[in-house]
Design a protein around this ligand. Structure first.
Ligand SMILES: Nc1ncnc2c1ncn2[C@@H]1O[C@H](COP(=O)(O)OP(=O)(O)OP(=O)(O)O)[C@@H](O)[C@H]1O
Length: 240
């Protein structure tokens, strides 16, 4: 199976910090794989995601996304790769409150010609693809037209997922997107997210504090187990 993410000998410290935050000899995510990454608060999960997205650069080591070494790309090329091939779903869904749910999803493809091209290649229109994703995620037509700020948290979360998925990026990075949901709605949401990722062969890197989610994933990583950097917090291991 082809590689989506390949990290080798990554070392990162924040400017001014004395200690390394991350020292990761190896991390691979294959195309279409579903990986959960867990670690305590402050252990460096969000930092790792920012490195993967090419927002920061490690002091040592290599990060490849779709066989492209981020360090060998210009800032502009990294921005493009991110826009084309990574969809983000954050804890705060970053929807524009007065735009409709549908327009929020369409925004996801505005900055990427490749995403628009992939939709065209699959024989759909941009709006048609956005409407289909929203419908599959349980956002019916009437709600698709409502401004995002009038939607429930669970609905906003699904809109954020549709926006991330539109145009078939290779990787979805999800950072604690289920923290506001109760267990039942969380499981239902995960099943929808998995189904959509599987349909379009999108890999998923899902960051959470919640060890009980591990059984849903094809692979479960503890940051402390892949990170050799000395950590001050306890980094208690998973109890699953
Ligand atoms: N922009 C920054 N500049 C300097 N230090 C930072 C910056 N962002 C994060 N850090 C530090 O890096 C460490 C890891 O932070 P990070 O946000 O990656 O952890 P996390 O595992 O995602 O935590 P949480 O689960 O609480 O979101 C923390 O000690 C934090 O203070």
């Amino acid at each position: 199976m082809s590689s989506c993410v390949r990290i080798r000998d990554l070392r990162f410290r924040w400017p001014g910090a004395t200690d390394l935050l991350l020292d990761i000899p190896q991390l691979d995510i294959a195309a279409g794989e579903r990986v959960m990454l867990r670690g305590p608060s402050g252990s460096g999960k969000s930092t790792l995601l920012s490195l993967l997205a090419g927002i920061y650069a490690p002091q040592q080591g290599s990060i490849e996304l779709l066989q492209q070494n981020l360090a060998s790309l210009s800032a502009r090329q990294r921005d493009k790769l991110r826009a084309h091939d990574i969809g983000f779903v954050f804890q705060q869904f970053n929807l524009l409150p007065y735009l409709s749910a549908l327009d929020n999803v369409l925004l996801g493809s505005q900055f990427s010609r490749q995403r628009r091209q992939r939709i065209a290649d699959s024989g759909e229109t941009l709006t048609g693809a956005a409407e289909r994703l929203l419908t599959e995620l349980g956002i019916v037509a009437a709600i698709q037209q409502q401004p995002a700020h009038t939607l429930s948290v669970g609905q906003q979360q699904r809109v954020a997922v549709a926006r991330a998925l539109l145009g078939k990026p290779a990787l979805i990075i999800a950072d604690e997107p289920t923290s506001a949901l109760d267990a039942e709605r969380r499981d239902e949401f995960l099943q929808l997210l998995f189904k959509e990722c599987e349909q379009q062969q999108t890999a998923l890197l899902f960051v959470t504090h919640d060890a009980s989610l591990a059984s849903h994933f094809s692979r479960h990583l503890e940051l402390a187990e892949i990170n050799n950097a000395h950590q001050n917090h306890t980094g208690e291991s998973s109890n699953v």
